[in-house]
Ligand binder design. Structure first.
Ligand SMILES: Cc1cc2nc3c(=O)[nH]c(=O)nc-3n(C[C@H](O)[C@H](O)[C@H](O)COP(=O)(O)OP(=O)(O)OC[C@H]3O[C@@H](n4cnc5c(N)ncnc54)[C@H](O)[C@@H]3O)c2cc1C
Length: 314
């Protein structure tokens, strides 16, 4: 709808079946995040909210009041309609590159932040994660894959950088190809990898920070066994889904302070409690959902598991 009206929605998640209410209630970042950060950074202009207080009165909220409704899993009220930001539509292309080494990949990945128009997305994977990607062409499973949604005027430069440090594989200009490329971003390559390896058990941890580019071995050493990195680009640096074999909850959680210690921010996807603006959400829900009927159990001042929230997207 946005494209038909000549507009680009600021951001959208890799999960293609998402509703806008579900993305704002449960998601946080995605395609568009390099330029526009998270769903909590101006993406939502206003929302019509239905409280669970028995009044039947809906209220339109704007500004700081929105904080209690963004990424709080609907515990403060139901988003009935939302007004979100868009840009004038631009032409975007899906650009695929491949590299012989992690260092070659990183050299191009980090350089993308100086493009005159930032890419909408720049996702990358180590060879182990490549065979299960859902690309429209066969990707070389021995090489590191980089996939960029680049604005038309920057495509030649992105291709040049890929060819200089590795190989420019393809550029697909049909807009639907950018959507397909977006489907291989954020948590999805890990889901594809898990689905493609049903006889083994992998987990991942969401992380962010420049050690991902500069000292990947220190990141890999946090977990035992083969550890694989899926990279994303944020406005200030890289993010990574750190993929490792599951050896119990204790081992998963033990990685969090180790990542902290090497300067890598963590968000654990292995918990389901409200983990942002918790006090504000509790205060708001006291009024909007006095009986605690919305997503019961999800809102607590002291979640029993470690979540962390800072992966440096903003
Ligand atoms: C493999 C995988 C990849 C993912 N990738 C991304 C990603 O790239 N970026 C990202 O941000 N997230 C991602 N997520 C998380 C999830 O996909 C997003 O939160 C997604 O946008 C949810 O949309 P949905 O419509 O399916 O919402 P649902 O799953 O139905 O709901 C999500 C949450 O929001 C609440 N909610 C739903 N609708 C409303 C409403 N109208 N008002 C208030 N609260 C509501 C629900 O109660 C629930 O807590 C991923 C998840 C998976 C499993």
């Amino acid at each position: 709808m946005g494209r038909a009206a000549g507009r680009d929605i600021w951001m959208y998640p890799s999960t293609k079946s998402s509703t806008v209410g579900g993305f704002i209630g449960g998601g946080s970042a995605g395609t568009g995040t390099i330029e526009h950060r998270t769903t909590a950074d101006g993406f939502v202009v206003s929302a019509l909210v239905a409280p669970m207080d028995g009044s039947g009165d809906m209220r339109r909220i704007t500004g700081d009041e929105l904080d209690a409704y963004i990424h709080t899993y609907g515990v403060t009220g139901i988003l009935v309609d939302v007004e979100i930001r868009t840009d004038p539509a631009r032409d975007w292309a899906a650009v695929y590159g491949s590299f012989a080494s992690y260092a070659d990949l990183v050299a191009v990945h980090r350089s993308l932040l100086d493009l005159p128009q930032l890419p909408r997305l720049a996702s990358a994977d180590e060879p182990a994660l490549v065979p299960t990607l859902t690309a429209p062409m066969t990707l070389d499973p021995t090489r590191f894959s980089l996939r960029v949604i680049a604005e038309a005027s920057t495509v030649a430069e992105v291709e040049r950088r890929m060819a200089t440090g590795g190989e420019h594989v393809a550029t697909l200009t049909d807009y639907t190809e950018t959507d397909r490329l977006s489907g291989m971003s954020y948590n999805h390559p890990i889901w594809f990898f898990q689905r493609g390896n049903p006889d083994r058990t992998f987990f991942h941890m969401e992380s962010g920070g420049t050690p991902i580019w500069d000292d990947p071995d220190a990141v890999r050493e946090v977990y035992d066994g083969p550890v694989h990195l899926h990279l994303e680009l944020f406005g200030h640096g890289p993010g990574a889904m750190i993929v490792a074999e599951y050896r119990g909850e204790e081992a998963v959680l033990a990685g969090i302070p180790k990542l902290d210690a090497i300067g890598v921010g963590v968000h654990s996807p292995h918990q389901w409690y409200v983990d942002r603006n918790v006090e504000l959400a509790i205060e708001t829900a006291r009024v909007t959902d006095p009986k605690g009927l919305l997503n019961p159990g999800k809102l607590t001042a002291a979640p029993p598991v470690d979540t962390r929230v800072n992966i440096g997207v903003r």
